[in-house]
Design a binder for this molecule. Structure first.
Ligand code: SF4
Length: 256
């Protein structure tokens, strides 16, 4: 089941939300204290503006944290909750990464949970498209490193030897009629999306590329699939074919 695939709790994420909330709350309390101990009118005005902004930001982070935790625990969100999480992903992600670095937390974990939140948002909307409107974007590192066949422009150049997952992915293309492209970077990925005009995207990548790619694509639902890296990053990576198929089935309405 799709839900089992996403069943990962991440304490780092909760910690970051907590830190953000404490930060804004601290600013609000300090502004309140300074405003009420000062007699300068302009100074008071500025502090009151900071107080309102920090209180609002703290409330926003708190609400967002509640919505995200609901989402991660399989509780359905109403459209307001979904919009709030959707908006906050773009607004808070860079700040969350900054805090992650500052406190020495695991960056991969945060990026992983970010794509998990995104996937859950998409899956909770019950989007349905035709199979030919689905684009599967693959990283080049899925191809066996010693394979001589150039599949970046045309995946059908693969000779189907089965030494890497490209073979099984082509089998999915044949079974469902989805479009599959291999992108060597963000610029190529953007170009493919522009040319193909998909209505839904299944992107396979590492944590970093998935989270930045998800933020990059506007107006098209993107489901992210993390690749496995048995030989380390960027070489001979793998993808769970059954998960890719589940995503296709979800988008064409067979997996709901
Ligand atoms: S399945 Fe074989 S031929 Fe196709 S890309 Fe992988 S290694 Fe190359």
């Amino acid at each position: 089941m799709l839900t089992n695939y996403y069943k990962q709790k991440n304490i780092s994420f909760i910690m970051i939300m907590f830190i953000l909330n404490v930060l804004f709350l601290g600013i609000a309390i300090l502004s309140f204290y300074l405003a009420h101990t000062s007699s300068l009118v302009l100074y008071k005005l500025v502090l009151n503006i900071i107080l309102i902004a920090a209180s609002f930001a703290s409330f926003f982070v708190l609400m967002n944290g509640i919505c995200v935790l609901m989402l991660l625990n399989d509780h359905p969100l109403n459209s307001f909750g979904r919009k709030l999480v959707q908006y906050s992903m773009g607004a808070m992600y860079p700040r969350m990464m900054y805090i992650t670095q500052l406190f020495g937390l695991d960056k991969d974990n945060i990026q992983k949970i970010f794509s998990e939140i995104n996937n859950r948002l998409i899956l909770s909307q019950r989007i349905q498209v035709k199979s030919e409107e689905i684009l599967i974007l693959l990283p080049h590192c899925l191809q066996k490193s010693d394979c001589k066949h150039k599949i970046t422009n045309e995946i059908s150049n693969c000779k189907r030897c089965g030494a890497c997952d490209i073979d099984s992915l082509i089998a999915l293309k044949e079974k469902y009629g989805v479009n599959i492209f291999v992108a060597t970077g963000g610029t190529i990925a953007r170009k493919i999306i522009k040319e193909q005009k998909p209505k839904a995207i299944i992107a396979v990548a590492c944590e970093r590329d998935l989270s930045s790619g998800i933020l990059d694509v506007k107006g098209i639902p993107v489901i992210g699939l993390l690749n496995d890296r048995p030989e380390g990053p960027c070489i001979n990576t793998r993808v769970k074919i059954d998960k890719a198929e589940e995503m296709i089935r979800y988008f064409i309405g067979e997996g709901n």
